[in-house]
Write a protein that binds this ligand. Structure first.
Ligand code: UD1
Length: 353
């Protein structure tokens, strides 16, 4: 009998890659996704890759009764991975209440069900955004959380703190907070990947959409920072490496290797790469010249951040396999696939709230 895991946000970018990794490692999965920011095309992709039919509940996790009904219908859920959340930094600045409501209410409802149905293992999608603009890099898990740079970042900080408080009150539940750095790239099959709504904000989809001609020109937000080439430094982590960290986190919890009932892990490559170096890596691997200009700094951008990932390596046995070139190559293959994707699987061009 395989172990059943509930994945919220299974149609999302990281969620879909994690479903694949979990299935490939022997877990049974069910997904909850109302497709408010995703398409059923991702689950179709997961099904094609794995050859498994995915059960998805099209439920808004802010609706407690409907969320509870999923747990009631599946009494043998042994672990929960909670991805479902809004994640657009700019949108969160424009509409903070939407972010506070959606990201916090859904988390509260999931935790309430975990408590009521006595589920002992929980993994939460956190982000390096909780470090704000760090004083020292690379950041370790002990680096203090500084002021959040956006309401989105604040929801990740509040989420972590809510889970910490919950863990202090409920010793039966073991939680892991995974702090992702900058997820990028796509599955090698190019059947799943990142599907931005509207115009993308994140660097990698902006790069691939510029290369394919959907965006006329890429703007590098600032080349006058105190970094080796003046552009910001990030830690790009291949989404398949990131997905595998979730499987390992669950394995770790199921093997009862956790030291406390709420542990934090940085999930980043450990390498800092500048924006200009990322562009160069794309050009080198794909042979495509990018049309880019240097523009003004983007407000709220952290200057430089990358992970110390020693803890994930030592405790979870996590070893990232892919480099920046793999990331860019797979992201480009995915962009080429999106071009051919049937329109009913494409995302709406406007957000649905
Ligand atoms: C942000 C969040 C991160 C979140 C992610 C998801 C912060 C500090 N980080 O990452 O937690 O998971 O969004 O959406 O809140 N860039 C350009 N031109 C572009 C696009 C980006 O130069 O057209 C640069 C940015 O200035 C930045 C780097 O590329 O220096 C990475 O940007 P982006 O991909 O948006 O990610 P973050 O802002 O690091």
């Amino acid at each position: 009998m395989s172990t059943k895991v509930l994945v919220t946000g299974g149609s999302g970018y990281i969620g879909s890659h994690t479903l694949v990794d979990l299935i490939e490692n022997g877990y049974e999965v069910i997904s909850v996704d109302n497709n408010s920011r995703s398409t059923i095309g991702m689950l179709e992709g997961v099904e094609k890759i794995t050859g498994e039919k995915i059960k998805n509940y099209k439920v808004d996790l802010c609706n407690f009764e409907e969320t509870r009904a999923i747990f009631e219908e599946n009494p043998n859920i042994k672990g929960v991975i909670h991805f479902a959340a809004y994640k657009a930094v700019g949108e969160s600045v424009e509409n903070p209440l939407l972010y506070f409501h959606n990201n916090m209410q859904s988390l509260i409802n999931v935790l309430q069900c975990i408590e009521e149905f006595e589920i002992e293992n929980f993994v939460f999608s956190s982000s390096c955004t909780v470090y704000g603009n760090p004083d020292k890099i690379p950041v370790t898990e002990e680096t203090p959380r500084k002021q959040a740079e956006s309401p989105y970042g604040l929801t990740k900080q509040m989420g972590e703190q809510m889970i910490e408080a919950f863990a202090a009150s409920n010793k039966k539940v073991n939680s892991i907070l995974l702090r992702y750095f900058n997820p990028a790239g796509a599955h090698a099959s190019a059947l799943i990947g990142e599907l931005p709504i509207d115009r993308p904000q994140n660097l990698t989809p902006v790069i691939t959409q510029t290369a394919i001609g959907k965006i006329p020109q890429l703007t590098v937000f600032g080349n006058d920072y105190s970094t080796r080439d003046g552009s910001c430094i990030r830690d790009m982590i291949h989404v398949c490496d990131l997905a595998h960290a979730h499987t390992l986190a669950l394995n770790y919890l199921f093997a009862q290797k956790n030291k406390t009932n709420c542990e934090v892990f940085n999930i980043g490559s450990g390498d800092g790469i500048t924006v200009l170096e990322s562009i160069q890596a794309f050009e080198e691997t794909t042979g495509k010249k990018l049309n880019y200009v240097i523009g003004a700094r983007r407000p709220g951008d952290v200057i430089a951040i990358y992970a110390n990932n020693d803890k994930a390596r030592a405790e979870l046995g996590w070893i990232p396999k892919y480099n920046i070139k793999d990331i860019m190559k797979s992201a480009w293959n995915w962009e080429l696939y999106i071009e051919k994707m049937p329109t009913h699987l494409q995302l709406p061009t406007k957000r649905l709230n």
